[in-house]
Design a protein around this ligand. Sequence first.
Ligand SMILES: [Zn+2]
Length: 97
Amino acid sequence: MSSNEPALSVTSLERGYQANAALRHAHGKAVVGMRARSSFKPILDGALVPVLPCEKCRDGGLRAIGTVRKGGCIQRAHACDTCGTVQLYELPHDVIP
Ligand SMILES: [Zn+2]
């Protein structure tokens, strides 16, 4: 990572294909388990998704991997490109993931 890159504390947006590319080699248990869920849908290549700072390793970014249905609402799963932590975020009803 070059020193010219913006700090990850600022939420940025990227396209789905960029997130997919970043997580192509992510095979941690949490990521694999998330992809194996029956309601899992991968992020579309053209979707605009946020990159969130990882609270666990404070180094990587949480990149979107896809959406899952949980208790009637859609949640978007993000996985850290560095430590593999997976976080779920509830999506507002009017947002199409
Ligand atoms: Zn991390």
